[in-house]
Design a binder for this molecule. Structure first.
Ligand SMILES: NC(=O)c1ccc[n+]([C@@H]2O[C@H](COP(=O)([O-])OP(=O)(O)OC[C@H]3O[C@@H](n4cnc5c(N)ncnc54)[C@H](O)[C@@H]3O)[C@@H](O)[C@H]2O)c1
Length: 328
């Protein structure tokens, strides 16, 4: 992977994944630009880039705004398109905002790239949620697309647009379908973006972690460093052009086991089973885990950070920087 002097734009660059990717790209000698609207209720946080701010260019603006895109897109070699909204319940409560952020914004970006910089390499962060309730486990890329919430429909639509701009205009696009991703820099205020982020907050406030239902449903998780490594490989290997890859975690755990591992990280930590809220239950995909065999064989990527190690690092980070994440 040679990112030295490469001009790279990260949309959603102040959020969990974008800011961690920015750190790595700065280390690798890339010329990094971030575009982020710091949208309320999302994961963007200027604290995430405090150490690298002088080494990059920051555009505080919205990806739906053509004038902003006209400033950011020309001259870039690569765009990591990570802007988006990940809240599933939010998407059901406010579907039109989800449409704006997960569909229209991406069409604006793709059209700007086509007009202003059609050779630019694009990597889009989608989600395994486009597959809906799994018919079999582990999920693979051939599993039907059958989203069960507005967010899944819109992320799938974002994928289709990226695929179309590849097939119709020859733009070099790769799509990664991420699994639950966590780590330093995620939103912890509430559970709108990530239940795991909110659990970190509750843990550090000495409150029990609420597990919906019986806690027996399983998930896999990626520490953000593993996700960043996958993005870097996807952005630098020509074999990835035109491909879709599912990421997956090192381990498959029940939510009960996850809560009990987290509770052990702080003195007095605990958890409690609570009734599944009706609105969440309607869009719950049940158990899920992913087969990451395709990205392993093409790009030699596999997750390396165990849940025990990743959670320890994450909780330690928030114990130190708590105030910067709960007051935003
Ligand atoms: N974190 C996960 O578990 C996960 C799982 C699957 C997919 N994803 C996808 O990966 C991407 C990044 O996720 P994240 O966890 O870093 O999210 P995040 O909320 O931490 O960061 C997203 C950033 O995008 C910005 N943004 C959103 N819409 C924008 C717009 N129109 N213009 C400018 N900025 C905008 C927000 O301000 C925020 O800073 C998202 O597209 C998300 O759907 C994440």
């Amino acid at each position: 992977m040679n990112y030295s002097q490469m001009k790279v734009l990260i949309t959603g660059g102040l959020g969990l994944i974008g800011s961690n990717l920015a750190h790595r790209l700065v280390e690798l000698g890339a010329r990094v630009t971030l575009l982020d609207g710091l949208l309320p209720g999302h994961g963007g946080n200027l604290w995430n880039i405090r150490a690298i701010k002088p080494a990059l260019t920051l555009h505080l603006g919205d990806m739906r705004d053509q004038a902003t895109l006209e400033t950011c897109i020309p001259g870039q070699d690569l765009v990591f398109n990570l802007a988006g909204q990940g809240g599933h319940l939010d998407s059901m409560l406010d579907p039109l905002t989800d449409l704006e952020l997960n569909v229209r914004a991406h069409l604006e970006l793709l059209e700007s790239c086509r007009r202003l910089n059609p050779a630019v390499r694009l990597v889009f962060s989608s989600t395994r949620q486009v597959h809906g309730i799994p018919r079999y486990l582990p999920l693979n890329e051939s599993h039907p697309i059958q989203p069960i919430d507005i967010n899944g429909i819109h992320k799938a639509t974002g994928e289709y647009y990226h695929r179309l701009y590849h097939s119709a205009y020859g733009m070099p696009v790769t799509i990664l379908r991420l699994t639950n991703t966590y780590g330093a820099g995620m939103r912890i205020v509430d559970a709108r973006q990530s239940f795991l982020g909110y659990w970190v907050r509750l843990l550090l406030e000495g409150k029990p972690l609420p597990i919906f239902g019986d806690g027996r449903q399983v998930r896999d998780f990626n520490h953000v460093d593993d996700c960043v490594e996958a993005l870097l490989r996807a952005g630098s290997n020509p074999l990835a052009i035109g491909k879709i890859y599912l990421l997956g975690g090192c381990e498959v755990v029940s939510l009960l086991d996850l809560a009990s591992s987290m509770a052990r990280l702080v003195p007095g930590g605990g958890y409690a089973l609570v009734p599944f809220p009706v609105e969440n239950k309607k869009i719950d995909i049940g158990s899920c885990c992913n087969d990451f065999g395709n990205i392993k064989s093409d790009l030699d990527w596999e997750p390396c950070i165990t849940l025990a190690n990743g959670l320890r690092r994450t909780v330690d980070y928030y114990a130190e920087h708590f105030a910067h994440y709960v007051s935003v």
